[in-house]
Design a protein around this ligand. Sequence first.
Ligand SMILES: Cc1cc2nc3c(=O)[nH]c(=O)nc-3n(C[C@H](O)[C@H](O)[C@H](O)COP(=O)(O)O)c2cc1C
Length: 491
Amino acid sequence: MACFMSHSSLSHFLKKLEEAGELRRIKSPVATELQITELADREMKSPGGGKALLFEQPTVDGTVSKFPLAINTMGSRCRMAMALGRESVDDLAKQLEFLMKAKPPQSFRDGVTLLRQGIDLLHARPRMVKDAPCHEVIHYFDNNKNNFSLHDLPILKCWPQDGGRFITLPTVYTKDPDTGVRNVGMYRMQVYDSATTGMHWQIHKVGARHGKRYYERGEPMPVAVALGGDPVLTLAATAPLPDGIDEILFAGFARKRSVDLVKCLTVPLEVPAESDFIIEGFVHPGETRPEGPFGDHTGFYTPVDHYPVFHVTAITHRREAIYPATIVGVPPMEDFYIGEASVRIFLPIFKMNFPEIVDMALPAEGVFHNLVFVSIRKQYPWQAFKIMHGLWGMGQMMFSKYIIIVDEDCDVQNTSEVLFRLCANTDPQRDSTITKNPSDSLDHAPTLANMGSHMGFDATRKLPGEGYTRGWPDLVKMDPAIKQWADQFVR
Ligand SMILES: Cc1cc2nc3c(=O)[nH]c(=O)nc-3n(C[C@H](O)[C@H](O)[C@H](O)COP(=O)(O)O)c2cc1C
């Protein structure tokens, strides 16, 4: 029987991490300007992702903040599973697979519908509540009369050339003004002054689509940002859920407990009641400001670009609030484990569309979607190319710069095994394809932003039907009986 526990707060999650020996407290003052990054980066790059860190006295411009700062809380396979309240991420993936198999869907859309029904079936709908821990302390930002500002939060300046301080682990709540459908995404926020930030939703993201509709209608866009709370909500915000699937339903399903929502105080939105901080405000049509540079997931600085501006109207928080943060940069970083969990959880959806898919991996070196390995059960000529094109057409898989397809007997979780197959099994001209597709806004390599080319490699064995008539050789392998003998011999 798998052990399961959802988290009622970020501090509950940290307590569980500490009990499991997965958390290190840093009691002495450490600066939010660069110093926390350096310590967190060393931790994230240590074997298996190191430990989560709780800075009890983060300093802002030399003054100790009222709030402790937690970082790298999901930066290992074990902590990611603990964030989901499960023994392993695959546990949740298996549940989704079960749901998918309950009534075999005919298309991706069917699968999405089924996913939605499944979540409903498990009674994971959110619950509206009146009293919320996130409202224990309230600061309204009217006429600058409040004596609380964004500068009271221990917000990091992550890297030397960053354009300022950035909120790096925010979950951003918006609604489609036409349908009222909610979206939760994670978009970094650069602090401009005590009550204003940037809102870095990239052009392909749902927040940007909602924003565009508000701008077209000429209406101010209500936005709420939650920090902390149950970490499952952080995963849900970053997960590449199809536009229209409610992240809150998904989170409720994943944690087997409805998410309690409470109405915001100054914007018509609902947010998780168990959050540590809520920042409420508006984005005004057409208003943008230079955002960046920022030391990014790519391992390089993303340059200054224009992004919408977020005007804060209120900040509310728990009395004992903990500020959550992450850093991104040269891999591996905490985000590798977040991305890996998404792939494991959504593998059943990919398999539903492409039953020949056996496994998928996004290695850390590819910083999310730059490099994708897929193993397939190959049946017919050029099947590998069908998979590449299919994946490039699915949601955020459109950003995958390189896709390498291998046979089912290759372990895609082992990068060196995939590279061996790539080198051995391909004739570069015959087995590669280059196509045009949107590219990740963060990718500095394409000549023009947001547009680029993608490359696929078919590293599977070649069939006679593909014009290969020389007879594909067998992989060198020892006789199983000899292996068994050797096992006993070595023992
Ligand atoms: C730590 C972290 C930071 C992120 N920052 C951004 C960001 O600043 N802008 C952005 O568009 N996506 C960012 N993402 C990726 C999005 O959260 C992700 O694409 C998500 O699926 C977007 O949600 P949406 O499809 O509902 O818009 C970030 C992801 C992580 C893990």
